[in-house]
Design a protein around this ligand. Structure first.
Ligand code: UTP
Length: 273
């Protein structure tokens, strides 16, 4: 079955960006003039997805307002030179469907994904963490992953090589290389110390998940940091040979950290000027 839905877990507190994220969702912080979440939605559209399912939380209403019409504003700028600045977001609103649910307690990424079950239902779906901002020359990361999914028909995680000293920021995988960039995963560890990391292949914020992940997540106990971890649930699928890690082609910026956010801003500024 074709993948049509993209889930955006966007309920986290974004504490690394306080005080900016006290009243503004982290996902709405702009790189140049566009909020992180809009980049994520554009990536999903580029991969042929049209239903955006967003897991929000308290204080995140700006997200819903962003992906909706603003008649007053449009009235103000209609016919002026500023009108074209709204073309991108207008197009998104006209071509996609948005649905929302709220995570009431922030119990981790795995829990946020499980909260999205009501929006996703019984079909394979994509997951984008908007704070991982990606830029690719040809196909977007999600487009590349959907091609891999079409071949292997199981969960797919995007991975990149990171310095060993940084493994404790990521879920890290190990497995058998099927090609230069495709690995059948047989082990996954959440945020390992460098000495315990099974490789230097770190999972980034792009997933394709098969819907059996929800039943697994329901039974997943809190792991690292007391949070329900998607890595722990994926390990259950991996034990059955049902997870592929894909070394995507492109650049990724960790915009959940101040350093990554500044790098992304400089990169897109230089690219677009
Ligand atoms: P992060 O751990 O990077 O986000 O979660 P955070 O907790 O908001 O950030 P810091 O560490 O406090 O600065 C990765 C993604 O998972 C979502 C976040 O919104 C982010 O997109 N998330 C995390 C949830 O939706 N719910 C959670 O309970 C946890």
């Amino acid at each position: 079955m074709k993948i049509t839905k993209c889930l955006f877990p966007a309920a986290g507190y974004g504490t690394r960006f306080l005080p900016a994220t006290k009243a503004i969702p982290k996902e709405m912080l702009p790189v140049l003039t566009k909020p992180l979440l809009q980049y994520g939605v554009e990536e999903a559209i580029s991969a042929g997805l049209s239903t955006m399912a967003i897991v929000t939380g308290r204080g995140k209403r700006a997200i819903e307002d962003h992906f909706d019409r603003s008649y007053e504003l449009e009235n103000q700028i209609d016919g002026t030179s500023k009108e074209q600045l709204m073309d991108g977001i207008r197009n998104i609103i006209n071509t996609c469907t948005f649905s929302y649910t709220r995570q009431v307690e922030m119990k981790g990424l795995g829990h946020a994904i499980l909260t999205g079950e009501t929006l996703v239902g019984e079909e394979a779906f994509a997951v984008v963490l908007a704070d991982d901002l990606c830029d690719c020359e040809e196909k977007s990361v999600l487009s590349q992953m959907i091609e891999v999914y079409e071949k292997y028909q199981c969960s797919i995680v995007a991975v990149e090589e990171v310095p060993k000293s940084e493994t404790k920021k990521y879920g890290v995988i190990a497995g058998d290389f099927l090609t230069d960039d495709i690995v059948r995963v047989n082990d996954m560890v959440e945020k390992p110390e460098p000495k315990d990391a099974p490789s230097n292949l770190a999972i980034i914020g792009r997933y394709i998940l098969t819907p059996d992940i929800f039943d697994i997540l329901r039974d997943t106990k809190p792991g690292k940091g007391g949070e329900i971890q998607i890595t722990d649930a994926l390990l259950e699928q991996a034990k059955q040979g049902k997870v592929i890690a894909y070394k995507f082609k492109g650049k990724r910026f960790d915009c959940g950290s101040v350093d990554g956010f500044v790098q992304a801003t400089n990169y897109f500024y230089n690219k677009e000027k």
